[in-house]
Write a protein that binds this ligand. Sequence first.
Ligand SMILES: [Mg+2]
Length: 406
Amino acid sequence: MSTQILRQAVVLVGGRGTRLGDLARDTPKPLMPIDGDRRFLDYLLENIARHGLAEILLVAGHLGDQIEARYQGRSILGARVVVVREPEAAGTGGALIHVADRLDDIFLMSNGDSWFDFNYLALTAALMPDDEGALALRRVEDARRFGRVEYQNGRIVAFHEKDESRNGPALISGGVYLLRRSVLQRIKTLPCSIEAEVFPALASEGRLAGLPFDGYFIDIGLPDTLVQAQTEIPQMARRPVVFFDRDGTLNVDEGYTHRVEDLRWMPRAIEAIRAVNDSGRLCIVITNQAGLGRGLYGEGDMQRFHATMQAQLMEAGAHIDAFYHCPFHAEATIEAWRHPNHPDRKPNPGMIEKAMADWSIDRAASVLIGDRDLDMEAARRAGVQGVLYDGGDLAALTRAAIGDAD
Ligand SMILES: [Mg+2]
């Protein structure tokens, strides 16, 4: 297990969509429309941000003014977006060199014109101390369009160039990497393709981890795959949720639990959340926090408690996508939070309905796991399946609830 906290992603959005022809003449490839006004990059950035990252650097080039106009300074699900424009294209290595002084010690790197759906944080748990990077690998049935990756026991051993005569299944790089900043020392001249000029050397030294995933994968570089993306990405982005109650389900209920030093996880709760992340579902917490209304603690205390949960989860390659809380109570001492029967307070389904409005959610496939009857009643009122937790192995219960055999 790693103790590194991943907080930054670098997304390369400077490529020319030459294979898209006229479609990409006036529009950068990552800004190709997918659904109405929603662009490919909108979906990709939301998906990156939901993993709990704090910053996304977009390295723009060709038609970069459009990227800058749309994203510079925006906050997406709590991640700050910074657009940096490269004066001239210098390859993937050159793009990193251009933002070198902004990079964290470890960062996620993704192409801006492909989507590989997996739990990005799983890469942090796979990165060993001597590794310079970890690559997400994808099995494809027909490898003719792709360079192949040779992989053994968690290490990438070699890369093989695209070979159109070689039909059949193979592992390919999915275009998403976790890298250490120190990898930049290996870039000697520009332009530089980090894939062609740096990764093979790291592989031969045994300093490149690989982790296979079988999630959805698409590259929008061809007119056909762009059309495919326009159908599949919106479906892909509509996910089932596992809603968790907090106190007594994820963490031990101390009674109005709010102090960071009182955070104790229920049995295998971290593994339960990791299983939800790995399954491609959203993980959302809905928690009654009447202690706020009663003036027992403040919102800052609750936020610190949640941030501590996230930090501990990240060390295990896991995260919570969102927290919804209800401070209202009929006997609140703080008047603004006094309410006889607030629609958000479980057993009312208000928090679930807010999540449904904020995220693209497959309601029928969603479940709520909680330790009390009021959780089950909120699930029933929202039309999602309720699963009562009795304090045992939360990971086993969660896996059974989502049909993950493990
Ligand atoms: Mg509870």
